[in-house]
Ligand binder design. Structure first.
Ligand code: F6R
Length: 604
Protein backbone atom coordinates (compact mmCIF):
# COMPACT_ATOMS: atom_id res chain seq x y z
CA UNK A 1 0.00 0.00 0.00
CA UNK A 2 1.02 3.67 0.11
CA UNK A 3 4.62 4.44 1.00
CA UNK A 4 6.39 7.53 2.34
CA UNK A 5 10.03 8.57 2.10
CA UNK A 6 11.53 11.87 3.25
CA UNK A 7 15.03 13.32 3.42
CA UNK A 8 16.64 16.39 4.95
CA UNK A 9 20.41 16.76 4.97
CA UNK A 10 23.40 18.24 3.29
CA UNK A 11 23.31 16.32 0.05
CA UNK A 12 20.82 16.31 -2.79
CA UNK A 13 17.87 14.33 -1.53
CA UNK A 14 16.40 13.35 -4.91
CA UNK A 15 18.47 10.19 -5.58
CA UNK A 16 17.82 9.05 -2.02
CA UNK A 17 14.09 9.66 -2.35
CA UNK A 18 13.88 7.89 -5.70
CA UNK A 19 15.83 4.91 -4.42
CA UNK A 20 13.57 4.84 -1.35
CA UNK A 21 10.51 4.75 -3.60
CA UNK A 22 11.94 1.77 -5.46
CA UNK A 23 12.36 -0.01 -2.15
CA UNK A 24 8.69 0.57 -1.39
CA UNK A 25 7.46 -0.68 -4.74
CA UNK A 26 6.89 -4.17 -3.37
CA UNK A 27 4.03 -2.90 -1.23
CA UNK A 28 1.83 -2.27 -4.28
CA UNK A 29 0.93 1.18 -5.66
CA UNK A 30 -0.51 2.89 -8.71
CA UNK A 31 1.30 6.23 -8.89
CA UNK A 32 4.29 8.01 -7.40
CA UNK A 33 5.60 11.51 -6.80
CA UNK A 34 8.34 13.60 -5.28
CA UNK A 35 8.66 17.20 -3.99
CA UNK A 36 11.92 18.96 -3.12
CA UNK A 37 12.52 22.37 -1.59
CA UNK A 38 15.36 24.53 -2.81
CA UNK A 39 16.01 28.26 -2.97
CA UNK A 40 12.60 29.13 -1.60
CA UNK A 41 10.64 27.08 -4.12
CA UNK A 42 9.16 23.62 -4.37
CA UNK A 43 9.65 21.34 -7.34
CA UNK A 44 6.93 18.70 -7.57
CA UNK A 45 6.79 15.82 -10.04
CA UNK A 46 4.18 13.08 -10.13
CA UNK A 47 3.30 10.21 -12.43
CA UNK A 48 0.67 7.55 -12.67
CA UNK A 49 2.26 4.13 -13.07
CA UNK A 50 5.58 2.91 -11.85
CA UNK A 51 8.46 4.67 -10.10
CA UNK A 52 10.43 4.24 -13.33
CA UNK A 53 7.80 6.37 -15.11
CA UNK A 54 8.30 9.08 -12.51
CA UNK A 55 12.09 8.82 -12.89
CA UNK A 56 11.81 9.03 -16.69
CA UNK A 57 9.97 12.35 -16.49
CA UNK A 58 12.17 13.90 -13.80
CA UNK A 59 14.35 16.76 -15.13
CA UNK A 60 18.03 16.40 -14.17
CA UNK A 61 18.09 19.82 -12.55
CA UNK A 62 15.53 18.80 -9.88
CA UNK A 63 17.56 18.70 -6.69
CA UNK A 64 17.36 19.93 -3.13
CA UNK A 65 18.43 19.24 0.44
CA UNK A 66 14.90 18.56 1.72
CA UNK A 67 12.19 16.53 0.09
CA UNK A 68 9.38 14.04 0.40
CA UNK A 69 8.19 11.27 -1.91
CA UNK A 70 5.32 8.81 -2.07
CA UNK A 71 3.90 5.73 -3.71
CA UNK A 72 0.09 5.90 -3.76
CA UNK A 73 -2.50 3.12 -3.68
CA UNK A 74 -5.74 4.85 -4.61
CA UNK A 75 -8.46 5.22 -1.98
CA UNK A 76 -10.04 8.66 -2.62
CA UNK A 77 -9.93 9.41 -6.32
CA UNK A 78 -8.75 7.34 -9.28
CA UNK A 79 -5.08 6.60 -9.91
CA UNK A 80 -3.80 9.60 -11.93
CA UNK A 81 -0.93 12.09 -12.10
CA UNK A 82 -3.01 14.71 -10.36
CA UNK A 83 -4.20 12.47 -7.54
CA UNK A 84 -0.67 11.19 -6.88
CA UNK A 85 1.09 12.63 -3.83
CA UNK A 86 2.72 15.01 -2.86
CA UNK A 87 -0.20 17.44 -2.66
CA UNK A 88 0.57 21.12 -2.61
CA UNK A 89 -1.35 24.12 -1.26
CA UNK A 90 -2.53 26.98 -3.47
CA UNK A 91 0.60 29.11 -2.87
CA UNK A 92 2.87 26.22 -3.82
CA UNK A 93 4.85 26.44 -0.60
CA UNK A 94 3.66 23.41 1.35
CA UNK A 95 3.74 19.83 0.11
CA UNK A 96 2.33 16.81 1.94
CA UNK A 97 2.59 13.05 1.51
CA UNK A 98 0.11 11.00 3.48
CA UNK A 99 -0.78 7.38 4.20
CA UNK A 100 -4.16 6.67 5.77
CA UNK A 101 -7.59 8.20 5.36
CA UNK A 102 -8.86 11.62 6.46
CA UNK A 103 -12.43 10.73 7.36
CA UNK A 104 -13.78 14.27 7.57
CA UNK A 105 -12.07 15.35 4.34
CA UNK A 106 -15.46 16.05 2.70
CA UNK A 107 -16.51 18.54 5.38
CA UNK A 108 -13.08 20.20 5.47
CA UNK A 109 -12.97 20.45 1.72
CA UNK A 110 -16.41 22.08 1.54
CA UNK A 111 -15.38 24.61 4.19
CA UNK A 112 -12.11 25.43 2.41
CA UNK A 113 -13.88 25.77 -0.94
CA UNK A 114 -16.33 28.19 0.63
CA UNK A 115 -13.33 30.20 1.74
CA UNK A 116 -12.19 30.35 -1.87
CA UNK A 117 -9.62 27.54 -1.95
CA UNK A 118 -9.42 25.79 -5.33
CA UNK A 119 -8.63 22.08 -5.12
CA UNK A 120 -6.47 20.41 -7.73
CA UNK A 121 -7.15 16.76 -6.88
CA UNK A 122 -9.94 14.49 -5.67
CA UNK A 123 -7.90 13.25 -2.71
CA UNK A 124 -8.55 13.52 1.02
CA UNK A 125 -4.88 14.43 1.52
CA UNK A 126 -5.03 17.75 -0.29
CA UNK A 127 -7.06 19.31 2.54
CA UNK A 128 -4.01 18.87 4.76
CA UNK A 129 -1.77 20.91 2.46
CA UNK A 130 -4.29 23.77 2.41
CA UNK A 131 -4.93 23.66 6.15
CA UNK A 132 -1.21 23.74 6.94
CA UNK A 133 -0.51 26.59 4.51
CA UNK A 134 -3.41 28.66 5.84
CA UNK A 135 -2.33 28.40 9.46
CA UNK A 136 -1.07 31.59 11.13
CA UNK A 137 1.36 29.62 13.27
CA UNK A 138 4.88 30.96 12.73
CA UNK A 139 6.50 27.54 12.90
CA UNK A 140 5.87 24.68 10.44
CA UNK A 141 5.49 22.15 13.25
CA UNK A 142 2.81 24.29 14.92
CA UNK A 143 1.04 24.78 11.59
CA UNK A 144 0.95 21.01 11.04
CA UNK A 145 -0.23 20.53 14.62
CA UNK A 146 -3.05 23.01 14.10
CA UNK A 147 -4.11 21.32 10.87
CA UNK A 148 -4.08 17.89 12.48
CA UNK A 149 -6.36 19.10 15.27
CA UNK A 150 -9.02 19.71 12.62
CA UNK A 151 -8.62 16.29 11.11
CA UNK A 152 -10.31 12.97 11.97
CA UNK A 153 -8.87 9.76 10.61
CA UNK A 154 -5.61 7.96 10.25
CA UNK A 155 -2.34 9.31 9.00
CA UNK A 156 1.32 8.85 8.62
CA UNK A 157 2.54 12.02 6.97
CA UNK A 158 5.52 14.11 6.01
CA UNK A 159 5.50 17.80 5.15
CA UNK A 160 8.06 20.00 3.43
CA UNK A 161 7.81 23.80 3.16
CA UNK A 162 9.69 25.80 0.54
CA UNK A 163 10.23 28.56 3.13
CA UNK A 164 11.93 26.11 5.54
CA UNK A 165 14.19 23.86 3.45
CA UNK A 166 16.14 22.92 6.58
CA UNK A 167 13.42 20.68 8.02
CA UNK A 168 10.64 18.17 7.53
CA UNK A 169 7.66 17.80 9.83
CA UNK A 170 6.18 14.34 10.25
CA UNK A 171 3.27 12.90 12.23
CA UNK A 172 1.62 9.59 12.95
CA UNK A 173 -1.83 8.40 13.90
CA UNK A 174 -2.59 4.81 12.95
CA UNK A 175 -0.14 4.54 10.06
CA UNK A 176 3.56 3.80 10.57
CA UNK A 177 6.24 6.47 10.46
CA UNK A 178 9.88 5.65 11.19
CA UNK A 179 12.72 8.16 11.53
CA UNK A 180 16.12 7.11 10.15
CA UNK A 181 19.07 8.77 11.86
CA UNK A 182 21.97 9.42 9.49
CA UNK A 183 25.27 11.29 9.59
CA UNK A 184 24.24 14.94 9.41
CA UNK A 185 21.08 13.86 7.63
CA UNK A 186 17.70 12.54 8.71
CA UNK A 187 15.31 10.35 6.84
CA UNK A 188 11.74 9.27 7.34
CA UNK A 189 9.82 6.38 5.85
CA UNK A 190 6.69 4.37 6.40
CA UNK A 191 8.72 1.16 6.11
CA UNK A 192 12.32 0.48 7.11
CA UNK A 193 12.91 -1.04 3.66
CA UNK A 194 13.39 2.54 2.41
CA UNK A 195 15.94 3.33 5.15
CA UNK A 196 18.27 0.34 5.40
CA UNK A 197 20.71 1.57 2.78
CA UNK A 198 21.33 4.77 4.66
CA UNK A 199 21.15 3.94 8.33
CA UNK A 200 20.54 1.15 10.81
CA UNK A 201 19.48 3.56 13.57
CA UNK A 202 15.75 4.20 13.69
CA UNK A 203 13.06 5.69 15.91
CA UNK A 204 9.41 4.62 15.68
CA UNK A 205 6.87 7.40 16.16
CA UNK A 206 3.88 6.46 18.28
CA UNK A 207 0.27 7.31 17.49
CA UNK A 208 -0.46 10.95 18.35
CA UNK A 209 3.19 11.95 17.98
CA UNK A 210 4.89 14.31 15.59
CA UNK A 211 8.47 15.35 14.95
CA UNK A 212 10.60 17.96 13.28
CA UNK A 213 13.62 16.55 11.46
CA UNK A 214 16.68 18.68 10.74
CA UNK A 215 20.01 17.50 9.28
CA UNK A 216 21.61 17.38 12.70
CA UNK A 217 18.78 15.99 14.81
CA UNK A 218 15.13 15.58 15.54
CA UNK A 219 12.65 16.52 18.24
CA UNK A 220 9.41 14.72 18.99
CA UNK A 221 6.27 15.90 20.72
CA UNK A 222 2.61 15.04 21.12
CA UNK A 223 -0.19 16.68 19.19
CA UNK A 224 -0.66 18.77 22.36
CA UNK A 225 2.92 20.07 22.04
CA UNK A 226 4.26 18.07 24.99
CA UNK A 227 7.86 16.99 24.25
CA UNK A 228 8.40 13.21 24.19
CA UNK A 229 11.55 11.16 24.71
CA UNK A 230 12.44 8.48 22.21
CA UNK A 231 15.07 5.78 22.18
CA UNK A 232 16.69 4.76 18.93
CA UNK A 233 16.81 1.07 18.00
CA UNK A 234 18.85 -0.83 15.43
CA UNK A 235 17.32 -2.45 12.35
CA UNK A 236 18.05 -6.18 12.41
CA UNK A 237 17.91 -6.66 8.67
CA UNK A 238 20.74 -5.67 6.31
CA UNK A 239 20.24 -3.89 3.02
CA UNK A 240 21.31 -6.99 1.06
CA UNK A 241 18.39 -8.97 2.49
CA UNK A 242 16.05 -6.75 0.52
CA UNK A 243 17.76 -7.58 -2.78
CA UNK A 244 16.50 -10.21 -5.19
CA UNK A 245 19.92 -11.83 -5.10
CA UNK A 246 19.81 -13.16 -8.66
CA UNK A 247 16.41 -14.87 -8.28
CA UNK A 248 13.81 -14.27 -10.93
CA UNK A 249 11.25 -13.15 -8.38
CA UNK A 250 11.25 -12.23 -4.71
CA UNK A 251 8.65 -14.92 -4.16
CA UNK A 252 10.93 -17.66 -5.46
CA UNK A 253 13.85 -16.27 -3.46
CA UNK A 254 11.74 -16.22 -0.30
CA UNK A 255 10.40 -19.74 -0.88
CA UNK A 256 13.98 -20.95 -1.16
CA UNK A 257 15.03 -19.04 1.96
CA UNK A 258 12.66 -21.08 4.11
CA UNK A 259 15.25 -23.48 5.49
CA UNK A 260 17.25 -20.56 6.89
CA UNK A 261 14.10 -18.68 7.90
CA UNK A 262 12.81 -21.64 9.93
CA UNK A 263 16.26 -21.85 11.50
CA UNK A 264 15.87 -18.18 12.44
CA UNK A 265 12.52 -18.85 14.13
CA UNK A 266 13.94 -21.82 16.06
CA UNK A 267 17.31 -20.30 17.00
CA UNK A 268 17.95 -20.42 20.73
CA UNK A 269 14.40 -21.51 21.50
CA UNK A 270 14.60 -25.32 21.75
CA UNK A 271 15.38 -26.97 25.05
CA UNK A 272 16.09 -30.64 24.26
CA UNK A 273 16.81 -31.56 27.86
CA UNK A 274 13.37 -30.60 29.14
CA UNK A 275 11.68 -31.15 25.79
CA UNK A 276 10.27 -27.65 25.66
CA UNK A 277 10.67 -24.26 24.01
CA UNK A 278 11.99 -21.04 25.52
CA UNK A 279 10.05 -18.01 24.39
CA UNK A 280 11.56 -15.06 26.19
CA UNK A 281 9.17 -12.44 24.82
CA UNK A 282 5.89 -13.90 26.09
CA UNK A 283 6.00 -11.83 29.30
CA UNK A 284 3.78 -14.44 30.96
CA UNK A 285 4.86 -16.71 33.79
CA UNK A 286 4.23 -20.45 33.79
CA UNK A 287 1.56 -19.84 36.42
CA UNK A 288 -0.21 -17.30 34.21
CA UNK A 289 -0.01 -19.64 31.24
CA UNK A 290 -1.48 -22.50 33.30
CA UNK A 291 -4.56 -20.41 33.89
CA UNK A 292 -5.25 -20.01 30.16
CA UNK A 293 -8.50 -21.82 29.29
CA UNK A 294 -8.78 -20.95 25.62
CA UNK A 295 -6.61 -19.61 22.81
CA UNK A 296 -8.06 -17.28 20.19
CA UNK A 297 -5.91 -16.50 17.17
CA UNK A 298 -6.49 -13.43 15.00
CA UNK A 299 -4.99 -12.56 11.63
CA UNK A 300 -5.92 -11.80 8.04
CA UNK A 301 -5.43 -13.76 4.83
CA UNK A 302 -2.48 -16.10 4.99
CA UNK A 303 -1.79 -15.00 8.56
CA UNK A 304 -5.28 -16.24 9.45
CA UNK A 305 -4.64 -19.57 7.70
CA UNK A 306 -1.35 -19.88 9.60
CA UNK A 307 -3.42 -19.17 12.70
CA UNK A 308 -5.84 -22.01 11.82
CA UNK A 309 -2.84 -24.28 11.52
CA UNK A 310 -1.52 -22.96 14.83
CA UNK A 311 -4.85 -23.53 16.56
CA UNK A 312 -4.67 -27.21 15.59
CA UNK A 313 -1.09 -27.47 16.84
CA UNK A 314 -1.85 -25.79 20.17
CA UNK A 315 -4.94 -27.90 20.71
CA UNK A 316 -3.11 -31.14 20.09
CA UNK A 317 0.05 -30.28 22.05
CA UNK A 318 -1.41 -28.33 24.96
CA UNK A 319 -4.99 -29.68 24.93
CA UNK A 320 -6.32 -26.13 25.24
CA UNK A 321 -9.34 -25.31 23.05
CA UNK A 322 -7.98 -23.07 20.32
CA UNK A 323 -9.47 -21.47 17.26
CA UNK A 324 -8.63 -18.81 14.72
CA UNK A 325 -10.80 -16.07 13.27
CA UNK A 326 -10.18 -13.42 10.61
CA UNK A 327 -9.21 -10.28 12.53
CA UNK A 328 -11.16 -8.30 9.93
CA UNK A 329 -14.39 -9.98 11.12
CA UNK A 330 -13.57 -10.16 14.79
CA UNK A 331 -13.08 -6.40 15.12
CA UNK A 332 -16.63 -5.63 13.97
CA UNK A 333 -18.68 -8.27 15.75
CA UNK A 334 -18.57 -7.10 19.35
CA UNK A 335 -16.68 -10.20 20.50
CA UNK A 336 -16.85 -11.53 24.05
CA UNK A 337 -13.44 -10.98 25.63
CA UNK A 338 -12.61 -13.51 28.33
CA UNK A 339 -10.02 -12.98 31.04
CA UNK A 340 -8.74 -16.56 30.80
CA UNK A 341 -8.44 -16.55 27.01
CA UNK A 342 -5.04 -15.95 25.50
CA UNK A 343 -5.40 -13.89 22.31
CA UNK A 344 -2.71 -14.28 19.67
CA UNK A 345 -2.38 -11.80 16.82
CA UNK A 346 -0.54 -13.00 13.72
CA UNK A 347 1.00 -10.62 11.22
CA UNK A 348 4.05 -10.68 8.99
CA UNK A 349 4.16 -6.92 8.52
CA UNK A 350 2.85 -6.01 11.95
CA UNK A 351 0.95 -3.19 10.23
CA UNK A 352 -2.28 -4.79 8.95
CA UNK A 353 -5.00 -2.34 9.96
CA UNK A 354 -7.67 -4.97 10.71
CA UNK A 355 -5.36 -7.03 12.89
CA UNK A 356 -4.10 -3.96 14.72
CA UNK A 357 -7.67 -2.82 15.37
CA UNK A 358 -8.55 -6.29 16.73
CA UNK A 359 -5.54 -6.16 19.07
CA UNK A 360 -6.52 -2.70 20.26
CA UNK A 361 -10.10 -3.83 20.88
CA UNK A 362 -9.01 -6.85 22.93
CA UNK A 363 -6.50 -4.79 24.92
CA UNK A 364 -9.00 -2.01 25.54
CA UNK A 365 -11.38 -4.58 27.05
CA UNK A 366 -8.68 -5.96 29.32
CA UNK A 367 -7.75 -9.06 27.30
CA UNK A 368 -4.15 -10.27 26.98
CA UNK A 369 -2.68 -10.41 23.49
CA UNK A 370 0.48 -12.04 22.25
CA UNK A 371 1.84 -11.20 18.81
CA UNK A 372 3.43 -13.57 16.33
CA UNK A 373 5.01 -10.97 14.10
CA UNK A 374 7.91 -10.74 11.67
CA UNK A 375 8.71 -7.02 11.60
CA UNK A 376 10.42 -5.96 14.81
CA UNK A 377 9.06 -2.77 16.34
CA UNK A 378 5.98 -2.80 14.07
CA UNK A 379 2.66 -1.38 15.27
CA UNK A 380 1.13 -4.77 16.13
CA UNK A 381 4.29 -5.94 17.89
CA UNK A 382 4.23 -2.82 20.02
CA UNK A 383 0.50 -3.00 20.73
CA UNK A 384 0.74 -6.57 22.10
CA UNK A 385 1.61 -7.54 25.66
CA UNK A 386 4.37 -9.83 24.46
CA UNK A 387 4.99 -12.35 21.74
CA UNK A 388 7.25 -14.23 19.42
CA UNK A 389 9.20 -12.63 16.60
CA UNK A 390 9.61 -14.82 13.53
CA UNK A 391 13.15 -13.68 12.62
CA UNK A 392 12.36 -14.81 9.08
CA UNK A 393 14.09 -11.85 7.43
CA UNK A 394 12.24 -9.32 5.28
CA UNK A 395 9.41 -10.63 3.12
CA UNK A 396 9.12 -8.51 -0.01
CA UNK A 397 6.87 -10.54 -2.30
CA UNK A 398 3.21 -9.68 -1.85
CA UNK A 399 2.40 -13.38 -1.55
CA UNK A 400 3.47 -14.54 1.87
CA UNK A 401 5.56 -17.72 1.92
CA UNK A 402 8.38 -17.84 4.44
CA UNK A 403 6.41 -15.82 7.00
CA UNK A 404 3.55 -18.33 6.69
CA UNK A 405 5.86 -21.28 7.28
CA UNK A 406 7.71 -19.57 10.13
CA UNK A 407 4.41 -18.61 11.79
CA UNK A 408 3.44 -22.28 11.77
CA UNK A 409 6.82 -23.05 13.37
CA UNK A 410 6.31 -20.31 15.98
CA UNK A 411 2.93 -21.86 16.85
CA UNK A 412 4.60 -25.25 17.25
CA UNK A 413 7.05 -23.63 19.70
CA UNK A 414 4.20 -21.96 21.55
CA UNK A 415 2.21 -25.21 21.60
CA UNK A 416 5.22 -27.07 22.93
CA UNK A 417 5.82 -24.44 25.61
CA UNK A 418 2.16 -24.44 26.67
CA UNK A 419 1.95 -28.22 26.45
CA UNK A 420 4.97 -28.80 28.66
CA UNK A 421 3.54 -26.44 31.29
CA UNK A 422 0.42 -28.62 31.25
CA UNK A 423 0.00 -32.27 30.30
CA UNK A 424 2.53 -32.97 27.58
CA UNK A 425 5.06 -35.42 29.02
CA UNK A 426 8.83 -34.99 28.77
CA UNK A 427 9.26 -37.80 26.23
CA UNK A 428 6.66 -36.27 23.91
CA UNK A 429 8.29 -32.87 24.43
CA UNK A 430 11.67 -34.28 23.46
CA UNK A 431 10.19 -36.04 20.44
CA UNK A 432 8.77 -32.73 19.22
CA UNK A 433 11.86 -30.67 20.03
CA UNK A 434 13.96 -33.15 18.04
CA UNK A 435 11.49 -33.00 15.13
CA UNK A 436 11.50 -29.20 15.19
CA UNK A 437 15.31 -29.16 15.05
CA UNK A 438 15.10 -31.39 11.94
CA UNK A 439 12.76 -29.06 10.10
CA UNK A 440 15.29 -26.73 8.40
CA UNK A 441 17.03 -29.62 6.62
CA UNK A 442 13.68 -31.23 5.75
CA UNK A 443 12.52 -27.91 4.28
CA UNK A 444 15.61 -28.02 2.05
CA UNK A 445 14.64 -31.54 0.95
CA UNK A 446 11.20 -30.30 -0.09
CA UNK A 447 12.73 -27.36 -1.94
CA UNK A 448 14.96 -29.76 -3.86
CA UNK A 449 11.74 -31.05 -5.53
CA UNK A 450 11.28 -27.65 -7.20
CA UNK A 451 11.92 -29.03 -10.73
CA UNK A 452 9.32 -31.79 -10.36
CA UNK A 453 6.79 -29.36 -8.89
CA UNK A 454 7.32 -26.99 -11.83
CA UNK A 455 6.35 -29.84 -14.16
CA UNK A 456 3.27 -30.66 -12.11
CA UNK A 457 2.25 -26.99 -12.15
CA UNK A 458 1.58 -27.37 -15.85
CA UNK A 459 -1.62 -29.13 -14.72
CA UNK A 460 -3.00 -25.67 -13.94
CA UNK A 461 -1.95 -24.09 -17.22
CA UNK A 462 -5.16 -24.41 -19.21
CA UNK A 463 -7.55 -24.52 -16.22
CA UNK A 464 -9.97 -21.88 -15.02
CA UNK A 465 -10.45 -23.46 -11.65
CA UNK A 466 -8.89 -25.82 -9.10
CA UNK A 467 -9.81 -27.54 -5.86
CA UNK A 468 -7.65 -28.02 -2.78
CA UNK A 469 -8.74 -30.55 -0.20
CA UNK A 470 -7.32 -31.62 3.12
CA UNK A 471 -8.61 -33.30 6.25
CA UNK A 472 -8.24 -31.97 9.81
CA UNK A 473 -4.57 -30.87 9.97
CA UNK A 474 -4.45 -30.84 6.18
CA UNK A 475 -7.35 -28.43 5.77
CA UNK A 476 -5.48 -25.19 6.65
CA UNK A 477 -2.72 -26.41 4.31
CA UNK A 478 -5.34 -26.66 1.54
CA UNK A 479 -6.76 -23.23 2.36
CA UNK A 480 -3.36 -21.58 2.11
CA UNK A 481 -2.51 -23.50 -1.07
CA UNK A 482 -5.69 -22.25 -2.74
CA UNK A 483 -5.01 -18.73 -1.51
CA UNK A 484 -1.53 -18.78 -3.06
CA UNK A 485 -2.81 -20.02 -6.40
CA UNK A 486 -5.62 -17.49 -6.71
CA UNK A 487 -3.67 -14.45 -5.60
CA UNK A 488 -0.71 -14.80 -7.94
CA UNK A 489 -2.03 -16.85 -10.90
CA UNK A 490 -5.64 -15.51 -10.84
CA UNK A 491 -6.86 -19.10 -11.36
CA UNK A 492 -10.01 -19.57 -9.32
CA UNK A 493 -9.26 -21.96 -6.47
CA UNK A 494 -11.45 -23.33 -3.69
CA UNK A 495 -10.33 -25.18 -0.59
CA UNK A 496 -12.60 -27.66 1.16
CA UNK A 497 -12.24 -30.10 4.01
CA UNK A 498 -11.98 -33.45 2.20
CA UNK A 499 -14.85 -34.68 4.34
CA UNK A 500 -17.12 -31.97 2.91
CA UNK A 501 -16.63 -32.79 -0.77
CA UNK A 502 -19.61 -35.11 -1.01
CA UNK A 503 -21.80 -32.59 0.79
CA UNK A 504 -21.81 -30.32 -2.24
CA UNK A 505 -18.66 -29.45 -4.17
CA UNK A 506 -18.26 -32.93 -5.65
CA UNK A 507 -20.90 -31.78 -8.16
CA UNK A 508 -18.26 -29.53 -9.68
CA UNK A 509 -15.69 -32.24 -10.32
CA UNK A 510 -15.48 -32.85 -14.04
CA UNK A 511 -12.93 -34.44 -16.32
CA UNK A 512 -9.58 -32.68 -16.13
CA UNK A 513 -10.40 -30.35 -13.22
CA UNK A 514 -7.29 -30.33 -11.01
CA UNK A 515 -7.64 -31.12 -7.30
CA UNK A 516 -4.67 -30.86 -4.98
CA UNK A 517 -5.20 -33.35 -2.16
CA UNK A 518 -3.21 -33.23 1.07
CA UNK A 519 -2.62 -36.87 1.97
CA UNK A 520 -0.22 -37.36 4.88
CA UNK A 521 0.62 -40.85 6.00
CA UNK A 522 -1.34 -40.62 9.24
CA UNK A 523 -4.37 -42.14 10.90
CA UNK A 524 -6.59 -40.57 8.21
CA UNK A 525 -4.74 -42.00 5.22
CA UNK A 526 -7.54 -44.39 4.25
CA UNK A 527 -10.15 -41.64 4.45
CA UNK A 528 -8.00 -39.43 2.26
CA UNK A 529 -7.40 -42.24 -0.21
CA UNK A 530 -11.14 -42.68 -0.56
CA UNK A 531 -11.54 -38.95 -1.28
CA UNK A 532 -8.97 -39.26 -4.07
CA UNK A 533 -10.82 -42.32 -5.42
CA UNK A 534 -14.09 -40.39 -5.52
CA UNK A 535 -12.48 -37.60 -7.54
CA UNK A 536 -10.72 -40.01 -9.89
CA UNK A 537 -14.00 -41.89 -10.42
CA UNK A 538 -15.31 -38.66 -11.98
CA UNK A 539 -12.18 -38.27 -14.11
CA UNK A 540 -10.95 -35.33 -12.04
CA UNK A 541 -7.21 -34.81 -12.14
CA UNK A 542 -5.56 -35.34 -8.75
CA UNK A 543 -2.25 -34.07 -7.48
CA UNK A 544 -1.43 -35.52 -4.10
CA UNK A 545 0.95 -33.89 -1.67
CA UNK A 546 1.85 -36.45 0.96
CA UNK A 547 4.36 -38.89 2.37
CA UNK A 548 3.95 -42.04 0.33
CA UNK A 549 2.78 -43.08 -3.06
CA UNK A 550 -0.83 -44.12 -3.55
CA UNK A 551 0.39 -46.51 -6.25
CA UNK A 552 -0.86 -44.87 -9.41
CA UNK A 553 -4.19 -43.70 -8.01
CA UNK A 554 -3.32 -40.01 -8.43
CA UNK A 555 -2.20 -38.28 -11.63
CA UNK A 556 0.74 -36.62 -9.90
CA UNK A 557 2.45 -37.19 -6.59
CA UNK A 558 4.62 -34.73 -4.68
CA UNK A 559 6.14 -36.50 -1.70
CA UNK A 560 7.74 -34.69 1.22
CA UNK A 561 9.73 -35.97 4.21
CA UNK A 562 7.77 -37.09 7.23
CA UNK A 563 8.04 -35.14 10.47
CA UNK A 564 5.92 -35.73 13.57
CA UNK A 565 2.17 -35.68 12.79
CA UNK A 566 1.70 -32.37 14.66
CA UNK A 567 4.40 -30.75 12.50
CA UNK A 568 3.67 -32.43 9.15
CA UNK A 569 1.47 -29.55 7.87
CA UNK A 570 4.52 -27.25 7.91
CA UNK A 571 6.32 -29.34 5.28
CA UNK A 572 3.17 -30.25 3.33
CA UNK A 573 2.47 -26.56 2.70
CA UNK A 574 5.72 -25.78 0.90
CA UNK A 575 5.05 -27.63 -2.40
CA UNK A 576 1.80 -25.69 -2.67
CA UNK A 577 3.74 -22.42 -2.69
CA UNK A 578 5.93 -23.72 -5.51
CA UNK A 579 2.92 -25.03 -7.43
CA UNK A 580 1.29 -21.60 -7.30
CA UNK A 581 4.53 -19.87 -8.20
CA UNK A 582 5.21 -22.00 -11.27
CA UNK A 583 1.58 -21.85 -12.40
CA UNK A 584 1.70 -18.04 -12.18
CA UNK A 585 4.98 -17.85 -14.08
CA UNK A 586 3.59 -20.17 -16.78
CA UNK A 587 0.61 -17.84 -17.11
CA UNK A 588 2.90 -14.79 -17.37
CA UNK A 589 1.61 -13.11 -14.22
CA UNK A 590 3.34 -10.33 -12.28
CA UNK A 591 4.25 -12.73 -9.47
CA UNK A 592 5.68 -10.30 -6.93
CA UNK A 593 3.05 -7.61 -7.40
CA UNK A 594 -0.22 -9.32 -8.29
CA UNK A 595 -3.08 -7.15 -9.48
CA UNK A 596 -5.24 -5.38 -6.88
CA UNK A 597 -3.12 -6.57 -3.94
CA UNK A 598 -0.78 -4.75 -1.59
CA UNK A 599 1.84 -6.18 0.71
CA UNK A 600 0.72 -4.57 3.88
CA UNK A 601 -2.92 -3.55 4.11
CA UNK A 602 -2.66 -0.52 6.35
CA UNK A 603 -6.13 0.85 5.61
CA UNK A 604 -9.54 -0.81 5.73
C1 F6R B 1 -1.26 -13.63 1.18
C2 F6R B 1 -0.93 -12.47 1.93
C3 F6R B 1 -2.00 -11.76 2.69
C4 F6R B 1 -1.46 -11.42 4.07
C5 F6R B 1 -2.47 -10.58 4.85
C6 F6R B 1 -1.97 -10.28 6.25
O1 F6R B 1 -0.17 -14.18 0.55
O2 F6R B 1 0.20 -12.08 1.95
O3 F6R B 1 -3.16 -12.53 2.78
O4 F6R B 1 -1.16 -12.62 4.72
O5 F6R B 1 -2.73 -9.39 4.18
O6 F6R B 1 -0.75 -9.60 6.22
P1 F6R B 1 0.15 -9.53 7.50
O7 F6R B 1 0.66 -10.90 7.78
O8 F6R B 1 1.26 -8.58 7.15
O9 F6R B 1 -0.71 -9.02 8.63
Amino acid sequence: MCGIVGYVGRQDGVPILMEGLQRLEYRGYDSAGVAVAKNGALRVHKAQGKVRDLAAGLPKRVAGPAGIAHTRWATHGVPSDVNAHPHVDATGNVAVVHNGIIENAGVLRARLEQEGVAFASETDTEVLAHLIARSDAPDLEDAVREALRAVQGTYGLAVVDARHPDRLVIARNGSPVVIGIGEREMLVASDVAALVRHTQQIVHLDDGEMATLRPDGYSTSTLDAQPTQKTASTIDWGAEQYDKGGAEHYMLKEIHEQGAAVQGTLRGRLDHRFGTAHLGGLNLSARELRSVRRVKILGCGSAYYAGLMGAGTIESLARIPADAEPASEFRYRNPVIEADTLYVAVSQSGETADTLAAVQEVTRRGGRVLGIVNVVGSSIARACDGGVYLHAGPEVSVASTKAFTCTAVAFALLGLHLGRIRDLGPADGQRLAAALAELPSQVEEVLARDGLIAEVAEAFAGCDSAFYVGRVRGYPVALEGAQKLKEISYVHAEAYPSSELKHGPLALIEPGLPTVAIVPDDELLDKNRSTVEQIRARDGRVIIVGHRSLGGLADHEILVPRSQPELDPILLGIPLQLLAYHAAVALGRDVDQPRNLAKSVTVE
